[in-house]
Design a protein around this ligand. Structure first.
Ligand code: PA5
Length: 446
């Protein structure tokens, strides 16, 4: 059994035959990806990544994770964007909702940093780590990203001060480019264990490289299962799978059809708070891949039912420029039955004996009907269970659908020229060496 896509309640908002009419364009997009004839063809390493991962490679990841797990009560994962969100998405989806509060001796606490420049955040993090045996996984493909590099310098110094330089060497790992960047220079000079991010895999497509796999293994989750799920989706979304049976092809087609019909915002919705960061990962994947040349669906996300009490009003009755993609988990990992109460003061005895998830499922169904009635097209992805295997399936499904979608939109889904603008200004304002002319020009504008 695989994840299952239902587009019927989205396609009904389009003229009959719209989705079917995409068949040849989607096929051409997939062929362009396969043959490497699409824009950004030097970044297609993710396409057959799952099937190219060897057991020996996963063993190496696990062996490094085991060393960190043995030596650290806390592991800080430093990275931003594609060097951060995939690991966090998977770890939070699979972990205990209160992981950081549990005195869990089996697993280290995983914390994330290097994804902001909040002084309070970094002060409080370094303060918390003062009496902890901690290690660091520094993740940066370029090896020069300011947020991550700044954080890594703080953590490296603190780790060395607390453990001594020799011992720190065993618990600092770098995940970066094979040759370029400050992180590579540092790893080689200090003799840190390091993993390579392949040249042809961009940040937001890199969760199935050591970028995601090492932190996920450190957290105690089964990377073999994760990769196994991705491999199954690579097969299920392959070139030879007929259009009507290929979930990624169908998803790419229907969302492009909706976009052309004026639905400019896609809201990914979950009914499990553990999927919050999965939606953050998805937002980056689609936002950074599609939002260019003044085109692209705006990717948004809501946690339901939480946000039904905030954004629910807008979704039900606001501007009709949205559609929803619901990620629905069929079977929770835990079971909690609603108890009987003699006095029934809250009037909830009608729920007695039901699973909490039965209520959640009716909330989902009721919301789906209401939103469709309100003019919101609804795509539904049903996930049998929230485990590593199905998260692996979801990851590859969204990646391949994103590659197809970018090609349908006629943008290069694998670059991100727009993110350079803020960096250039920031460096100019900070008087970074080499930015003298930009510094002068920007100060004249202030
Ligand atoms: O998807 C991307 O390429 C970006 O989001 C990067 O992952 C992000 O900017 C971090 O870059 P780096 O890994 O070079 O530090």
């Amino acid at each position: 059994k695989n994840i299952n896509l239902d587009i019927t309640k989205a396609a009904q908002f389009l003229k009959a035959g719209t989705v079917e009419a995409y068949e040849s364009r989607v096929k051409a997009a997939q062929e362009a990806l396969e043959n490497g004839t699409c824009p950004g063809n030097d970044f297609l390493g993710w396409l057959h990544l799952p099937s190219s991962i060897t057991p020996a490679f996963l063993d190496e990841i696990q062996a490094t994770a085991d060393i960190l797990r043995a030596k650290c009560e806390v592991i800080v994962v430093a990275g931003i964007g594609g060097s951060y969100l995939g690991a966090r998405a998977v770890i939070e989806a699979l972990g205990n909702s209160f992981a950081w509060l549990l005195q869990d001796k089996k697993n280290p606490t995983i914390l994330f940093a290097g994804n902001n420049i909040g002084e309070d955040y970094l002060f409080e993090l370094t303060d918390y780590l003062k009496d902890k045996k901690f290690g660091v996984i520094n993740i940066s493909k370029s090896g020069t990203t300011t947020e991550t590099a700044l954080t890594f310098r703080l953590l490296k110094k603190q780790c060395e001060a607390q453990r001594g330089k020799e011992d720190a060497r065993d618990v600092i790992v770098e995940v970066t480019d094979a040759k370029k960047g400050a992180a590579r220079i540092c790893a080689d000079k200090e003799g840190y264990k390091s993993f390579i991010i392949p040249d042809n895999v961009g940040g937001r497509f890199s969760v199935l490289t050591p970028v995601g796999l090492l932190p996920i293994a450190c957290a105690g989750f089964d990377v073999k299962e994760l990769v196994g799920g991705a491999q199954e989706m690579e097969r299920a979304c392959g070139m030879n799978v007929p259009f009507a049976e290929n979930p990624a092809a169908q998803y790419a087609a229907v969302r492009n059809g909706l976009y052309n019909a004026g639905k400019k915002i896609e809201i990914v919705v979950n009914y499990q708070p553990k999927l919050h960061f999965f939606a953050e990962w998805w937002k980056q994947l689609y936002g950074e891949s599609e939002g260019k040349d003044h085109k692209g669906i705006f990717p948004a996300a809501c946690d339901f039912t939480t946000d039904l009490h905030s954004m629910g009003q807008w979704i039900q009755e606001g501007e009709r420029s949205i559609f929803e993609t619901v990620i629905s988990v069929e079977e929770p990992e835990r079971k909690l039955l609603f108890p009987h109460d003699e006095e029934n003061l809250d009037g909830l005895n009608f729920l007695e004996g039901k699973r909490v998830d039965d209520v959640n499922k009716m909330a989902e169904l009721g919301t789906r009907l209401a939103h469709v009635d309100g003019g919101v097209p609804n795509i539904r992805i049903s996930v049998p269970r929230l485990n590593a295997y199905y998260i692996g399936q979801l990851i590859y499904f969204f990646e391949i659908a994103c590659g197809i979608s970018g090609n349908l939109l006629q943008v290069n889904p694998f670059n991100q020229p727009g993110v350079e603008a803020y960096k250039k200004n920031m460096f100019a304002l900070l008087n970074k060496p080499g930015y003298e002319a930009e510094s002068k020009a920007i100060r004249e504008r202030l």
